[in-house]
Design a protein around this ligand. Structure first.
Ligand code: HEC
Ligand SMILES: [Cu+2]
Length: 358
């Protein structure tokens, strides 16, 4: 080895130590995903070996030297059925196995905590329910189901965490979701895996998996003091949404209390479930669907609120579970702008926290 140049030697050592054909398996789904992957690799290798062996042995066995005159074979049903049914069976195993994993990856458990992720040329921004905000990094607790709700502010991006075997497109104008449960504390890579412009390769970051205790510490040290819903409440007040949505008897807009998850009747006669996507649409594109019994007077907020703003508003509406709460916001609006909603009388504070679930 002594005559290898030290630079090349160092390079080789570094390459070998960092060489990993597979990233670590750091989520619950990762070993299941890999099992299917290895099964497919194995089936492919067996297939490849069989084909190569047959090609080589046939070309020797049936060479011109041994068989100067070709013999026509008129076909064999048994042979054809065999080479159809066996691959079909193998492919069906892959299909069903893959479908089961697919449904597992895209159906979050009911108790999953939700983190919003906004993709933008060229960064990932994460919004935690507690109001924590981070860029190109994502802190999650170990052993907890975490759902990501993704959206893009511009072009298509794709959010990928190889160590979790998880990947999902971030699409402009539409929420997509994916979930995972991290199993090992540590720091893992996250990537944008959809070419999205000049600095696509900079759209990377770290997923930091923390123990329960460290996670709680991180949450406490990174909070601005306001939850995402509370940020939404402020935005609701500063955009004067409460001018119409104030739950007064003469209000021009419908009460938004308990609207999340409910079935709304539309002026066209149909109904719709008010989920995240629908609420987003009603803020950015209100004339698209008019709620029955109301005039199409709501202005669009397209261009006035960022995707993060919409997320905060949706989160606020999601936690809005009584008209009393809306009244509070209305009162808060009356105190704007000097106070930005912070100077609500102390006597009202308990009710505030009581109604907006953190
Ligand atoms: C000028 C009055 C007005 C303002 C200001 C206004 N809205 Fe509306 N909003 C309405 C009316 C009327 C409807 C029902 C008709 C419709 O669907 O467009 C509505 C519907 C909605 C809906 C659909 C849910 C439902 O029950 O129909 C949501 C969500 C909503 N508004 C949120 C907001 C938010 C958030 C703001 C502030 C960023 C806002 N609105 C500002 C008048 C208003
Ligand atoms: Cu990207």
């Amino acid at each position: 080895m002594s005559h290898i140049s030290p630079t090349i030697w160092q390079f080789l050592v570094k390459w070998l130590t960092n060489f990993a054909l597979f990233p670590p398996e750091a989520s619950k789904i990762a070993p299941q995903m890999d099992a299917l992957f290895f099964f497919m690799v194995l089936v492919s290798l067996i297939g490849l070996t069989a084909v190569v062996l047959l090609v080589v042995s046939f070309s020797i066995l049936y060479s011109k030297k041994r068989h100067p005159v070709a013999v026509q074979i008129e076909g064999s049903t048994l042979l054809e059925a065999t080479w159809t049914i066996i691959p079909l069976g193998l492919f069906m195993v892959m299909f069903v196995w893959g479908a089961l994993i697919y449904f597992r990856v895209y159906t979050p458990p009911a108790n999953a905590m939700n983190i919003y992720v906004v993709g933008k040329q060229w960064m990932w921004k994460a919004e935690h329910p507690g109001g924590q905000h981070e860029i190109n990094s994502l802190h999650v607790p170990v052993g907890h189901a975490v759902q990501l709700t993704l959206i893009s502010e511009d072009v298509f991006h794709s959010f990928s965490i190889p160590a979790f075997r998880v990947k999902r497109e971030a699409i402009p104008g539409r929420y997509t979701t994916v979930w995972f449960e991290a199993t090992t504390p540590g720091t893992y890579h996250l990537f944008c895996t959809q070419y999205c412009g000049t600095e696509h390769s900079h759209m990377i970051g770290d997923v930091v998996v923390l123990s329960e205790e460290d996670y709680r510490k991180w949450l406490a040290s990174s909070t601005s003091g306001n939850s995402l819903a509370q940020n939404g409440e402020r935005l609701f007040a500063s955009l004067s949404c409460a001018a119409c949505h104030n739950a007064r008897p003469d209000a021009r807009g419908p009460s938004l209390a308990n609207v999340y998850g409910s079935r709304l009747a539309l002026s066209t006669g149909g109904t719709v479930i008010a989920d995240d996507a629908y609420l987003r649409e009603s803020i950015l594109n209100p004339s698209q669907h008019i709620t029955q019994g109301y005039a199409p007077i709501m202005p669009t907020y397209q261009g006035q609120v960022s995707e993060e703003g919409v997320i905060a508003l949706v989160e606020y509406i999601r936690h809005l579970d009584s008209d009393y709460r809306v009244q509070q916001t209305t009162n808060t609006t009356d105190l704007l702008p000097e106070s930005e909603g912070k100077a609500a009388p102390a006597a009202q504070a308990p009710a505030r926290n009581g109604t907006v679930k953190p």
